[in-house]
Design a protein around this ligand. Structure first.
Ligand SMILES: [Fe+2]
Length: 200
């Protein structure tokens, strides 16, 4: 992605993310870094993958996510705000990229990715490397030491023990088989899972 465009994009979205969920902006920066790493080893268009990574969670800044936070880890995907954040995120991304005069075809692809970015099964059904890398990078950020920190920031320190965390741990273990299809992401996920003590 062109450096001046990236700068403008960051200037536009930083204040919006600060209005969203705690820790989301830091999550976005890590997701972008993870995408850059995946792009070194896998095919994919940086002009689609990187803007999509920057914009993918913007929807949380305009939806009421109380139901998402209140749900157990396994039930979160059934909440209304979970679906809304993808729909609203795609709309916001379209507006922002249009304002920056971004390529229209690429903008539409970015919007399509954002609309389904939290539905790995849907994304992996239709092979598309750009969507795949965004999903993988986003999910990779649930692992490693930073994955634990992020979990505490989002759901509270008290949620890192007991049944809530056990459910989340189990989800991450199963996710190792379901959320990564490129070899690069698969290897990194295993490494980060070990680092966070998922197999202890
Ligand atoms: Fe995300």
């Amino acid at each position: 992605m062109d450096a001046s465009l990236e700068k403008k994009l960051i200037e536009t979205i930083t204040p919006l993310y600060k209005k969203g969920r705690d820790g989301d902006w830091e999550h976005i920066l890590r997701t972008v870094d993870l995408c850059r790493y995946l792009l070194k080893h896998e095919n994919g268009d940086p002009n689609i993958v990187l803007p999509a990574a920057y914009l993918h969670d913007l929807g949380w800044s305009v939806v009421d996510y109380a139901d998402f936070n209140a749900a157990t880890p396994l039930e979160k995907t059934k909440t209304i705000s979970f679906m809304q954040h993808m729909e609203q995120g795609a709309i916001l991304a379209g507006k922002i990229l249009n304002d920056l005069s971004y390529d229209e075809t690429k903008t539409r692809e970015i919007q399509r990715i954002i609309k389904i970015h939290d539905l790995p099964e849907t994304v992996f059904k239709k092979p598309n490397i750009n969507a795949t890398l965004v999903v993988e990078a986003d999910r990779l950020d649930r692992y490693g030491k930073t994955g634990i920190t992020r979990f505490k920031t989002m759901f509270g320190k008290g949620k890192i023990t007991g049944p809530y965390w056990e459910e989340a741990r189990q989800l991450r273990k199963e996710g190792l088989k379901m959320w990564f299809i490129t070899p690069t992401a698969g290897h990194l996920a295993q490494k980060l899972a070990t680092e966070m003590g998922l197999f202890d």
